[in-house]
Design a binder for this molecule. Structure first.
Ligand SMILES: [Zn+2]
Length: 118
């Protein structure tokens, strides 16, 4: 698992320092999503700023990546296989808040600028 690929637009990024590279178009976050049928699985979410879609995914032990739901940032979604606040609804607001909240040293200005344009 060293690369992420957006299932919507196929844009890919090397994961290392992905959130902080100025030319990166993918921001990845742990939003503590919990799948009902597999509650121990660590599901992460990334936002692809090339196409403004969010994707839930998990890294497998063999190093591959399993991609789950992909949806546009402003789409009203409901995923019955997740628990209520843990992924059932669109997580764009959560990821946006996270980017803004942890940007105290301006490391994430490249993403804040993209968020401002939405
Ligand atoms: Zn994309």
């Amino acid at each position: 698992m060293n690369k992420l690929e957006c299932p919507n637009c196929n844009h890919s990024e090397i994961i290392e320092k992905m959130n902080y590279r100025k030319d990166s178009k993918i921001y990845m976050a742990k939003l503590f999503l919990v799948q009902k049928e597999n509650p121990d699985l660590v599901v992460h979410t990334f936002m692809c700023f090339a196409c403004n879609h969010l994707t839930n995914f998990a890294g497998n032990v063999d190093g591959t990546i399993e991609y789950f739901e992909t949806y546009k940032y402003d789409k009203d979604v409901k995923f019955d296989n997740y628990y209520d606040i843990h992924g059932e609804r669109n997580k764009f607001d959560a990821i946006k808040r996270m980017i803004i909240d942890i940007n105290f040293d301006n490391n994430l200005d490249h993403f804040v600028k993209r968020l401002d344009k939405l």
